[in-house]
Design a protein around this ligand. Structure first.
Ligand code: SF4
Length: 298
């Protein structure tokens, strides 16, 4: 915030960028941050995007959306929503956000979404760290009780930004996440919530490999207000045609039929901490070994 003091991105700049990209053929926009609802009258940005034909997706921590007046302004102007939940109760969630009362605000946000009832897609992103991995099934059970949620995305810590600086103390061995899979799957099936995993190699998910978010990856362009290489503040563009951000493919991936478009590989920083683990390349035949489990790309 300090770095960008004096360089706020104006409403006009945002509108103009939205228009430009819409003309280029973009049809889906994710409005994110930091926390996008901190932007003054953020609902007007969402409304403009919707008016010019985008399908509008917002990622928020729920701090503003729990307020009924705010929800009334924002929700009719968006199509899809992602909320971030860090644990099944106040103790775990607020400890991770380091914001007292954030868990209650998140629950209020879910209630507002439920009351509105017209969003096409509502997901929860749950970043797994050493502080909350033990509570994974309980976090999903909480959402199952609340209703209104279509998808639960379990994200491994990404070695990027704050997650990069503290990767060693936050990252969890894959196995500690994977061991919860049967319990998570049971709750998901019972509640009708779709499970997805991000940041774990597809082959390590075993029988649950079809839950990998990599399989549903859509090429994207990220546009951010940033400090550019020449020191000026301006728009930064990043094209991500494939799901391998911050990741790489160890040699063993060479023969895998999912390498590239369908699997992003493994985080380099993860391998430095925990090793490459036993990656198991898929062959066309091994994919067919799960006759009821078809890879479907969105
Ligand atoms: S072997 Fe490599 S490319 Fe294949 S699923 Fe595993 S990590 Fe992905």
């Amino acid at each position: 915030m300090e770095e960008f003091g004096g360089f706020p991105v104006t409403r006009e700049e945002i509108f103009s960028m939205l228009e430009e990209k819409r003309k280029e053929g973009f049809g889906h926009v994710t409005l994110t941050g930091g926390e996008p609802t901190l932007y003054p009258k953020f609902w007007e940005v969402a409304a403009f995007a919707k008016k010019i034909g985008y399908r509008v997706f917002v990622i928020t921590n729920g701090s503003a959306l729990g307020n009924p007046e705010y929800a009334e302004k924002l929700l009719p102007n968006i199509d899809e929503l992602c909320l971030s939940i860090h644990g099944p109760n106040l103790d775990v969630h607020d400890k991770i956000t380091r914001v007292k009362g954030s868990f209650d605000k998140m629950l209020s946000a879910i209630d507002q979404v439920s009351v509105y009832g017209k969003l096409k897609f509502v997901m929860v992103n749950h970043v797994v760290t050493r502080l909350n991995v033990a509570f994974l099934p309980d976090s999903l059970k909480l959402l199952a009780k609340k209703g209104a949620i279509h998808q639960f995305l379990i994200s491994n810590v990404t070695p990027h930004g704050g997650g990069g600086a503290r990767y060693g103390e936050l990252a969890v061995p894959h196995q500690e996440i994977i061991e919860h899979l049967p319990a998570l799957d049971a709750v998901a099936k019972k509640s009708g919530i779709t499970l997805r995993f991000y940041g774990i190699p597809v082959c390590l998910l075993g029988a649950y490999w079809r839950y990998s978010n990599d399989l549903f990856y859509a090429p994207r362009t990220t546009i951010a207000r940033a400090r550019l290489e020449n020191g000026a503040v301006g728009w930064h563009f990043e094209d991500s045609p494939l799901p391998y951000r911050e990741k790489f493919y160890p040699e063993v991936c060479g023969s895998c039929v999912l390498k590239g478009y369908r699997c992003g590989g493994i985080y380099w920083d993860y391998t430095q901490l925990f090793g490459e683990e036993e990656l198991k390349p898929f062959t066309a035949a091994s994919l067919r070994r799960h006759p009821k489990e078809t890879v479907v790309a969105s």
